[in-house]
Design a protein around this ligand. Structure first.
Ligand code: ATP
Length: 254
């Protein structure tokens, strides 16, 4: 499989003293569904956000399909981000806007900025947004305001907003941390199935080890800013989980 992303010696230091990440070296291939796990404060969010430069790494290189992310100009970064979908724990929807409008926001990175400013989406974009919303089971919510939706529905809107970008890579930062177990499964099914259907590589941070094992093709364990496990789900033994969550084992099964 083609290599899609490479992190070379990524380090992040906050406020000159607090270590977020230390010497991270990872590479990702097309089609992988990767779960990043680890205790609270391990560096999962920092790792994910260094990829699309929502957080600027202190040093190291991020290579996304032959493009250097860390030195990209504003224009180049806009292009890179248009190829990377992002899903957030708290959905990041515009409450006052309709579900359809929220999904269409995913097209902004692909549009002429003036057209974007006036929300002049093409008919093709609107048709695609509706298709995605129907596929994900939100046909009855298309014209509702985003703040009328349940948490699970909001997250599925977030997934559609990322999918309409037609991204090559999907980053999901704790996508189910605010959801109950049943809704979490619906959202993970939607994320996994759509990434498979559209051939999108996905990297998702997860607290729950069982969920990571159920969906991931590869699991990366992060502890104190370092990668301490990288392998297939069946290689993640109880001993490794204990080492990873040392003293915080409760978090792994929360
Ligand atoms: N803006 C910041 N300023 C200072 N330190 C930070 C900042 N953001 C993160 N850190 C520190 O960097 C480390 C990694 O944090 P990060 O949020 O990436 O961990 P995490 O594994 O995603 O945690 P959680 O599961 O609780 O979200 C922690 O020690 C954290 O305190």
């Amino acid at each position: 499989m083609q290599k899609i992303l490479e992190l070379r010696n990524i380090k992040k230091v906050y406020n000159k003293t607090s270590i977020g990440l230390e010497e991270i070296n990872l590479s990702f291939s097309g089609g992988e569904f990767v779960a990043v796990i680890g205790p609270s404060g391990a560096g999962k969010s920092t790792l994910l956000r260094c990829i699309n430069r929502l957080i600027q790494p202190t040093s190291g290189e991020v290579i996304f399909i032959d493009r250097e992310v860390q030195n990209a100009s504003k224009k180049e970064l806009r292009f890179i981000r248009s190829q990377i979908g992002m899903i957030f724990q708290h959905y990041n929807l515009i409450d006052r806007s309709s579900v359809l409008e929220n999904v269409l926001l995913g097209r902004l990175g692909h549009m002429n900025p003036i057209k974007g400013l006036f929300s002049l989406y093409s008919n093709e974009d609107k048709e695609n947004a509706i298709k995605l919303l129907r596929k994900i089971g939100l046909d009855e919510q298309i014209y509702k305001r985003a703040d009328e939706l349940s948490g699970g529905q909001k997250q599925r809107v977030g997934i559609c907003r990322a999918l309409i970008q037609q991204p090559k890579l999907m980053l999901a930062d704790e996508p189910i941390a605010s959801l109950d177990p049943k809704t979490s499964i619906d959202v993970m099914d939607a994320l996994y199935n759509n990434c498979q259907d559209f051939g999108i590589t996905c990297i998702t941070n997860l607290h729950q080890v069982e969920v990571a094992k159920k969906y991931a093709t590869r699991i990366i364990g992060v502890k104190k800013g370092k990668v301490v496990f990288d392998g297939k789900p069946n290689m993640l033994t109880e001993d490794i989980i204990s080492m990873l969550y040392e003293g915080k084992e409760g978090e792994a099964y929360a």
